[in-house]
Design a protein around this ligand. Structure first.
Ligand code: FES
Length: 338
């Protein structure tokens, strides 16, 4: 019998991870096998990269699209096709939270409980959904409908508190709306996300992450990919700028090129006026309102150092190269004296 996570013995290791794994025979019994078709799809993924091993991440998503998690069979599948050890595959699979170590329910519900979402109600949402499903973090409801997890920042703080289902966004949730969302999912419905592509399910989104379309044809795929991705909170700064007639200062491309590290200046700098300083001068001069001018002055190379920070002394920037030769390798003068 296998001695890997998800095995029926229930406690084993994948790679470097040795945490106990809860066996769920009722889910594992339905595990579809990885077939020759999946090997062909894996070969397709591998062909996208100059080195086959670079295909490991999408291949792990492919495994999840078939079996709902990175199974022991999936670890062996990737290792065999990529010429890696199972330990190497397991080390990668256990590093990233998007790779699941237990069979996942039909949908993965992630509730952001990071700072901004938490203070706006994310923790209350998580607690309510957890109580309703009768499961905690990284656990699956008894009916197999939903795996729940609390998540760190989902990069949608402007829509806090945020819930994702299979990585699609449901913005500005509260306890009632999140509970209604979960109830709909358990009835087999697929409520439209606030933005982005329509909802599929965990195996479906895993297939997309492996680089395969879930849609019937190119037009349907395009329509999903081109779904609305930005909403009012994201665009509010743009709207306010338009109402006030503000715009970003024009880019002085010649000055920007000079300021870029490693780009040779077209002419020798005159004393007191380096290319970087001229770029700063140009940005200040181009400011069209006091706020822009203030911001440009603060990042100007001639701006005073912030309080408490001292300019680096000549030759003291960065980390010194360790000395070589006699005495090298000791940690400090104190150690040498001892
Ligand atoms: S803190 Fe929740 S999305 Fe950033």
């Amino acid at each position: 019998m296998s001695a890997l996570p998800g095995s029926y013995e229930g406690a084993a290791t994948t790679g470097l991870d040795d945490s106990p794994v809860e066996a769920r025979p009722q889910v594992l019994a339905d595990l579809p096998p990885l077939t020759a078709q999946h090997e062909a799809e894996a070969a397709e993924i591998m062909a996208r990269y100059p080195q086959a091993r670079s295909a490991l991440l999408p291949m792990l998503h492919l495994v999840q699209s078939v079996q709902g998690y990175v199974s022991p069979e999936g670890v062996g599948f990737c290792a065999r096709l990529l010429g890696l050890t199972k330990a190497e595959v397991g080390a990668v699979a256990t590093f990233y939270t998007m790779y699941k170590r237990h069979p996942t329910g039909r949908h993965l519900v992630s509730v952001c409980t990071n700072t901004l979402c938490a203070v706006l109600g994310g923790q209350r949402i998580y607690d309510a959904v957890s109580a309703d499903l009768g499961v905690g973090h990284d656990q699956t409801a008894a009916d197999g409908s939903i795996t729940l997890e609390h998540a760190e920042c989902l990069a949608a703080c402007d829509y806090a508190p945020v819930v994702t289902v299979d990585y699609e966004f449901y913005d500005q949730q509260d306890v009632d709306s999140a509970m209604a969302l979960v109830a709909a999912l358990r009835r087999g419905e697929k409520p439209l996300p606030t933005r982005g592509a329509p909802l599929t399910d965990f195996r479906g989104i895993s297939r997309q992450l492996a680089g395969f379309s879930q849609h019937r044809d190119a037009a349907e795929h395009r329509a999903a990919v081109d779904g609305p991705s930005a909403g009012i909170p994201t665009l509010i700064g743009v709207r306010l700028a338009a109402e006030r007639g503000e715009q970003a200062p024009p880019i002085d491309e010649a000055a920007a090129a000079e300021a870029e590290v490693g780009t040779p200046a077209p002419e020798a700098p005159t004393p007191g006026s380096t290319g970087t300083q001229r770029a700063g001068d140009a940005t200040v001069a181009a400011a069209t309102n006091p706020a822009e001018e203030s911001g440009a002055r603060q990042v100007h190379t001639d701006a005073p150092e912030p309080a408490g920070r001292q300019p680096a002394e000549r030759g003291a920037e960065g980390t010194d190269t360790p000395p070589t030769g006699p005495g090298a390798g000791t940690n400090s003068s104190v150690e040498r004296e001892v």
